[in-house]
Write a protein that binds this ligand. Structure first.
Ligand code: URA
Length: 297
């Protein structure tokens, strides 16, 4: 996107935030705009956002949270993986364009009815490290950001213990909308196979944009959705897999650690993260190597 479009994008984001702050959940979108938003993005490294999307006035885009990728500018430590042919700006722009299109997605009418937000993802599209979870829960649906509830706070701690932050990795889910729970006032349900199949193209596009060096699949559903591997997570975790040529580490979902606080289980997920750090060529301190080896560690 050329620099002169930046103020337009900033104004659009500001306008959306104002609408959201006023409690607006829906905006009017013309059929032409919906069609434009549904177009695939230009290949990474190619042209700017489609002119049709940029012609859209602020009020035609679903009320959206700020583009989290922009937080990368203030990230404490960069882990940039952008290959020479793809500039960091290309990836940020491609992810922003995908976000707009995903927020207009209506492929699962039953989920469109109950969702508050399409939870697209958060972090740095230039990161070499992509975490993939299952689906947004109630907190994520409310805030429009993945992994912000109790399990998310634990994931954030794990990421920080690796010496990283939510701004220097990318976090997404297999499903972008919260699975509905008809007749229930609380609780979550796992996505169905059909929902996962319908939604997975968004994630595949995200993976194509990010081109991460390593993927971490969090929990059985993420593993099933990505790898279609019938082996249970207990046996598969800790063993490198490959997804679209990318080394992929299956590990426990942080929600499992909330249910089972045994130090031996914490050590298992931590060992998986040490493998990830090694694969990324990160410096690992002795202190980091020793976490959860003994009580209080
Ligand atoms: N669990 C997930 O798998 N994803 C989230 O975003 C939140 C909880």
């Amino acid at each position: 996107m050329s620099a002169e479009l930046d103020p337009l994008l900033d104004a659009t984001v500001r306008h959306m935030q104002e609408l959201k702050a006023r409690g607006e959940r829906y905006v009017n979108v013309s059929p032409e705009t919906l069609t434009a938003l549904a177009q695939p993005p230009p290949p990474v490294g190619a042209a700017p956002l489609s002119a049709a999307v940029m012609r859209a006035t602020p009020a035609v885009v679903a009320a959206a949270p700020p583009v989290p990728a922009m937080a990368a500018a203030t990230a404490p430590k960069s882990l940039s993986s952008a290959p020479a042919s793809t500039t960091p700006t290309d990836k940020v722009q491609a992810m922003a364009a995908l976000r707009l299109r995903a927020q207009a997605c209506v492929k699962c009418p039953h989920l469109v009815k109950t969702r508050r937000n399409v939870v697209v993802g958060v972090g740095d599209p230039n990161s070499p490290l992509l975490f993939i979870g299952e689906a947004p829960g109630a907190d994520e649906d409310r805030q429009g950001e993945p992994f912000v509830g109790a399990a998310g706070q634990l994931l954030t701690k794990i990421i920080q213990t690796m010496g990283l932050s939510r701004q220097t990795v990318f976090i997404a889910n297999i499903l972008k909308c919260r699975p509905d729970t008809p007749g229930q006032s609380s609780g979550n349900r796992p996505p169905t196979e059909e929902e996962m199949e319908t939604c997975i193209p968004w994630l595949l596009e995200q993976i194509d944009i990010i081109q991460p060096k390593v993927i971490v699949a969090l929990g059985a559903t993420a593993v099933k959705g990505l790898l279609h591997n019938p082996t249970g997570i207990t046996r598969l975790r800790g063993h490198w897999q490959t997804f679209r040529g990318i080394p992929t580490m299956p590990t426990y979902h942080p929600a499992y650690l909330l249910r089972n606080q045994a130090i031996s289980e914490k050590r298992k997920i931590w060992e998986d993260m040490l493998s990830v750090m090694e694969k990324l060529g990160m410096n690992i301190t002795e202190k980091q190597r020793g976490f959860f080896l003994k009580a209080g560690g």
